[in-house]
Design a protein around this ligand. Sequence first.
Ligand code: GDG
Length: 458
Amino acid sequence: MSNRVARPKGGAKSAGGLAVGVLAALQEHGGVWFGWNGNTIRGEPGDPTLETDGPITYATIDLNARAYELYYNGFSNQALWPICHYLLGFFRYDRREFDEYRRVNALFARKLAPLLKPDDVIWVHDYHLIPMASELRRAGVTQPIGFFLHVPFPDVEVLRVLPVYQQLLRALCSYDVVGFHTQRDLRSFREAITEREIGSERADRRGSRPGTPMVADVFPIGLDVDDCQHQAQETGEQENVQRMVRHLHGRDLIIGVDRLDYSKGLEERFNAYERLLENYPANRNHVSYIQIAPTTRSGIRQYTEIRETLEQQAGRINGRFADIDWVPIRYLNRAFDRPTLMAFFREASVGLVTPVRDGMNLVAKEFIAAQDPDDPGVLVLSRLAGAADELTGAVLVNPYDIDGVADGIHTALSMSREERVSRHADMLRMLRENDITAWRTRFMNALLAAHERRAAAN
Ligand code: GDG
């Protein structure tokens, strides 16, 4: 279950890490993917529409305009999203939005329950659906239910800003397993649930189900590495990739690919690129920066504002540094298909992934997977992304330190081939050990084990 389901024939290119991860996991194992189809309607949604494509059955429902505004744009994306990314300047709370959030969770639970078979296992994804386990139990569901949080779990002092944080913590304690990307997230979660009020609630639960505490653990999401490599190699000959390469005229390509979101640090990144051209003038006319940033969440004002800001920044940088034969920065506010992105990554000398906070960041991993191991590009990665815990061979930077990021890009551009090959080999090994199969099987095994323990105890 996830808030949004990318339907097989929807046609839209999915720009979103959750969709990429869940799709890859389901393609391997098969199953039903339940959630919102992206349509908004008047009135109340009907029963789910079922569509089967290969091993996956898509069970999707509409949302009405009120739910879209209050549950999705409101509580999920203007309260929970900023809180989880430590960006309190974007946070706002409205009790009606939280009420709608709970109502939509209850609605999803009622729509899913009749589709379930006795041996099903339910895996709920992300912050939109935190109350789902309690709602499903209320609807009589007894199957194992696990939850994975794709965004960071914030420190309890930040969480406290949210008036209903204790209700959400209790809701998380209703799952058999709760998973996070990093040890940092797990530590914050553990600290939050040891608070007195939450602790007593958990003791009650244990009273009713003795010896069956909820399991919380770290399950870093990975990739289908072969698939990324294959796409990167196979797509290189395509016309649009060749066109991009021709326009480089031998210059080093710096690439960034992000959903247009304030957590991705794009404004800071554009400033850092400008600083690179100021502080290291030898790079002028020798590098070309392409930033791909498809629009998301266009129903929220701040998201349309970033778009305008970036256009202005790109215009200013190009106005200041461009030459008759050189455009320093190309900002593309649109989506590309996935194989093309992988081929672009492979052509790049530097991958720029500098979010101001990120649960994991799959683009960082895709950039590494797509490289030619004999002549790889270098990843410049924010320390504030979950991926920094694993991708230690990247040039790690603080995205707020504009000079530091400019230095990092310069270091990446000047790195010897020997060092690039060795850093890349270490990271690729890690990506293979911890791929999408490992993510899915480790989570599923934990969930089945927790459920068996519970069944044995009851
Ligand atoms: C959330 C968490 C966590 C981007 N532009 C296009 C496109 N993309 C794809 C990328 C990548 C995915 O979207 C983005 O994933 P990220 O992980 O970078 O970021 P979020 O969307 O914020 O994802 C994140 C993730 O969930 C998984 O748990 O890592 O921390 O925030 O796969 O390649 N795909 C296509 N066209 C584009 O223009 N086709």
